[in-house]
Design a protein. Structure first.
Ligand code: GDD
Ligand code: MN
Length: 394
């Protein structure tokens, strides 16, 4: 493909003169090189050593298909993006998207798929755990026309996860699949797979409803699709990671549970709101513990309560900054300006909550109901305003 330029064309390769060259080419050159039939999207976070190997393997596995690979990198510290750019400079089949101020596997995959002009897109990991030799068969199944989505599965007959997983991971993975199957009625043997291929139009249809966080983009796509998808599965052996380490941690597991709740509630309760709520509940415990401690140490109620509130607020802010909004995390001096914003917004939330519960109590004098109403209004206010202001998307 890269050599398809007609010989009579005197225009130098675009890399020689930079972007201006493209504008000076005549239009027939554009039609001479149609876009690829298949885009393979590969999210990366510190995968420098794996990237060149993967490109080599893709070239071998996709021989005969007009493919491209898009690496979507969340500003890796190990220079993954530089490696991608070097490869892309030498080979048109390689592209890269460099994201800054953002984190999240699902969001990265989505962005890569949306950047593609190919009718068929695939997602796979960079770490060579996924067997790239499955890709050509997956492509054939979709191009035949009677399949919308092909999932490479570790659990169907013939597939295997034993090599790439430790014992705990293997059991956790099975449990997650059971939950997805029974709660969301998703009938796939491996809805957690990070290795799949689908028609571009399926992505376009569900994109606005997808969560940006977490690892579970496939489950999210299937659960969010309004039209039933024609799904096929093909088994493969999940290999060991070659270089680097896994990014799946406790937060990823929590995000997964959050996704289940979000989808069960028809997207009413978002993963982020759940995390915000759980942090707030932990904050109440911190508040009471500090209050008790200060009172035991001889402080009178008002200063003890003030100290407890300040501690709980700083706790809530720090945890939300680290987990709930990890993709928009405030660092350096922005950490402290964020704390001030958080404190300001939450004090409005507090006032609103107290106001609402007092009014409520006058017409319906049940303390717990009035208390809950106030707490609900306060938390929703805190969540909505802090999402929009303190941790706004930049
Ligand atoms: N851009 C970007 N941003 N990429 C990320 C991020 C992120 O925040 N987190 C992880 N990645 C990339 C990694 O660099 C790797 O290419 C791929 O996403 C998968 O990450 P791993 O850290 O290797 O995940 P894993 O092997 O533990 O998990 C595998 O199994 C899960 C199911 O159990 C993956 O296949 C997951 O997709 C799958 O859900
Ligand atoms: Mn992996």
């Amino acid at each position: 493909m890269a050599t398809a330029t007609p010989e009579a064309d005197q225009t130098p390769p675009s890399s020689a003169n930079g972007p201006l060259t493209a504008a000076t080419r005549n239009s027939s050159d554009y039609t001479a090189q149609p876009g690829p039939e298949l885009t393979v999207v590969v999210p990366t976070l510190n995968e420098r050593a794996n990237v060149p190997l993967l490109v080599e393997r893709l070239a071998e596995a996709l021989d005969g298909i007009d493919w491209e690979v898009v690496f979507v990198d969340d500003n890796s510290k190990d220079g993954t993006m530089q490696v991608v750019r070097e490869l892309a400079g030498a080979n048109r089949r390689v592209r890269g998207i460099h994201r800054i101020f953002r984190r999240g596997l699902s969001g990265a995959c989505l962005e890569g798929m949306l950047s593609s002009s190919a009718p068929i897109v695939a997602v796979m990991d960079a770490d060579l755990q996924h067997d790239e030799t499955c890709l050509s068969e997956m492509f054939r199944l979709i191009r035949n026309g009677d399949t919308d989505l092909v999932v490479a599965t570790r659990y169907d007959t013939g597939g295997s996860a034993t090599e790439g997983f430790g014992d705990v991971r293997a059991r956790g993975s099975k449990l997650a699949i059971q939950l997805a199957k029974s709660l969301l009625k998703v009938d796939m043997s491996d809805p957690m797979s990070g290795f799949f291929m689908l028609r571009h139009e399926v992505v376009d249809a569900v994109a606005p409803r997808l969560s940006q966080q977490g690892f579970k983009i496939l489950l999210d796509i299937v659960a969010s699709s309004r039209a039933p998808l024609r799904i096929k599965e093909i088994p493969y052996r999940f290999r060991q990671r070659l270089h680097g380490e896994s990014k799946l941690d406790a937060t990823v597991v929590l995000e997964y549970l959050g996704l289940l709740v979000a989808k069960l509630s028809g997207d009413l309760v978002s993963t982020r709101f759940l995390a915000f709520g759980m942090t707030g509940s932990a904050g109440v415990i911190v508040h009471l513990a500090v209050l008790r401690l200060l009172l035991l140490n001889g402080l009178s109620f008002t200063p003890a309560q003030t100290g407890a509130m300040l501690t709980a607020m700083t706790f809530n802010y720090t945890v939300n900054n680290a987990l709930t909004y990890r993709d928009r995390r405030r660092t350096g001096w922005r950490f402290f300006t964020g704390l001030a914003m958080f404190a300001g917004l939450c004090s409005f939330g507090l006032a609103a909550g107290v106001g609402i519960s007092s009014v409520f109590y006058q017409s319906e004098p049940r303390w717990w109901l009035a208390g809950l109403a106030g707490a609900a209004v306060g938390s929703i206010w805190n969540y909505v305003t802090n999402s929009a202001i303190t941790w706004r998307a930049r």
